[in-house]
Design a protein around this ligand. Sequence first.
Ligand SMILES: Nc1ncnc2c1ncn2[C@@H]1O[C@H](COP(=O)(O)OP(=O)(O)O)[C@@H](O)[C@H]1O
Ligand SMILES: [Mg+2]
Length: 423
Amino acid sequence: MSARVMLVLPTETYRATAFLRAADALALPVVVASNRAPSLAGLMEGRVLTLDLGHPAESAERAAEFAARWPVDAVMGVDEASVVTAAHIADRLGTARRNPVGAVEATRDKRLLRRCLAAAAVSQPRFVELDVNADSATLDEAIRVVGLPCVVKPVDLAASRGVIRADSPAELIAAAQRVAALLRTLCADGSTPPLLVEAYVDGAEVAVEGLLRDGVLDIIAVFDKPDPLTGPFFEETLYVTPSRLEGTTLRAVIDTVRAAAAAVGLRYGPVHAEVRVTGDLPVLIEVAARSIGGLCSQVIRLLCDDAPGAERSLEEVILRQACALPLGRARPVDGASGVLMLPIPHAGVLRAITGVDRASRVAGVTGVTISIPAGESVTPLPEGDRYLGFVFARGSAPVAVEAALREAQSLLQVDIDSPSAGQ
Ligand SMILES: Nc1ncnc2c1ncn2[C@@H]1O[C@H](COP(=O)(O)OP(=O)(O)O)[C@@H](O)[C@H]1O
Ligand SMILES: [Mg+2]
């Protein structure tokens, strides 16, 4: 009998399809733990579990009652919104190959993350913790510690939401007020988590994907982010792998991510990290206990030592490891690949995205997925947290992939009715 895996899938996640497909390919029995019951839940006894994912400890108790009837061998959170609850459930069930709850929690609270990294002397920006209602004297003091430019950010959001660069004391005050307002809209109970102010780290940014096996981090892919990410908001656009960083720098980046994962105490499963390179020196921006977000994992195709010639998805590799199925070292197939995340240019109602057919026909482009339907309201960064869609490309070299994605982008027109139009 195959291992039964519990996938903790927030209703809004981009990651459901990829993980469910991978489980299907592996013929793994799956339990979907989610915050909303599917309409056919009555027919799916033992395969669905409705949880309030916002309450990890309570979710763990409910999962334990469930597992007493339908034993669960592995628990997998798929994104930032589910990893902490998944860690609590795994801990409560005592599954093998799980992360310490505290380690996962540290990846979801940027204060804890910074403290862990500081304790282990991992290279990171100078930082100061702040109350959302900090007065201007406190903000001036923060600038004295971290310098200018600086970056203000909420401690527990993701996808660059609420992350704002400030170049002057006045900009820091405005940025902190803007983030505080965002946090007030998100915290229904009136509690507002604190903020971090960090030194702005200049330089190229890369994203590192890895998989931990008993504390040892295997690197799966390193992505360059060839569009400059200089703020004031930090919307992700291009990701291209393999990285074009020079070998010694790349090794230093990887060493920094390994040190960060160890400092936090992660032991198993996927790791996604962001690192900036200043001069030749890596600076850790963030490490997360999850795989790459959005639909981006589609561009990762892996070959593993245990099955030469068989291409696997990232999710298949993650599930194999979680369920102790055969898995050799994973490495990307030959060539280069990349993804363009289509940012939301301004607020309003999405009317249409045209040019999708032409963009799809660009040599090297392997797919275009629009992920927000026409008619929906859209909100750009720093308040928003979604993308209009994704363009995927593959080629012989990173430079060709980047060119294909840029050409596709130039062919896409986004038509958004702005709220002020016609006034
Ligand atoms: N201290 C910093 N210096 C320079 N850029 C930063 C800094 N902190 C964040 N950024 C930029 O903002 C992005 C999002 O910040 P991050 O801390 O990773 O938050 P999130 O959890 O929302 O992804 C980063 O990928 C990076 O481009
Ligand atoms: Mg990040």
